[in-house]
Write a new protein. Sequence first.
Length: 201
Amino acid sequence: MPVGGTIFLTLILTGYQKTYGDMYPSVADAFQAPFAATAETLFPSDVSVATLQTEGKLPANDPGGVKLFGTGGLLTDWMRQAVLNPSPTRKRIEQNAILGWTPKGRMVLCGGELDPTAFFFNATDAQADFASRNVTVPTYNFEDRATLPAGAKGDALYNGFQAAKAAAGASAMALYHGLLLRPFCSAAVRDYFDQVLASGS
């Protein structure tokens, strides 16, 4: 489960419920007590995760936000089964999957294979899915220099990210997705589209 899973799933499941109305029969079917009491109004929020945990609105003693099932977990066994087996819940999740569509314009994917929040296989699966319909989409992996643009710019991006990760030390994984990787991906993607615009293609 990705780091932050209790946050993402609360937001996604309740958002889909409000959109489609058939993700779960009642909030208590999906979320364990006491989380069911506030799940549908919890996000978006500017309250810190630590505060939400202290207030009993998210599982406590769960710094990674990964405690989904079992005693003290976020979700019920009903929800686990609804996700794993054919059900309206599973249908809605599949309906919103990142695969099965074809890009109509130029695009690039970016991430890092060590990201504990956004697993990199999502990018490579999407790249392969696009390729199956003859659409080539570059995919930058900041843990693999060969996937980044050739030349000095690619070197600077790769080396800069690796240096930032090293400087973060023991905090690197906690900071990886939200703080370390984001500015480097933004720079790489901006450079990609600058080249697209310059080429007129």
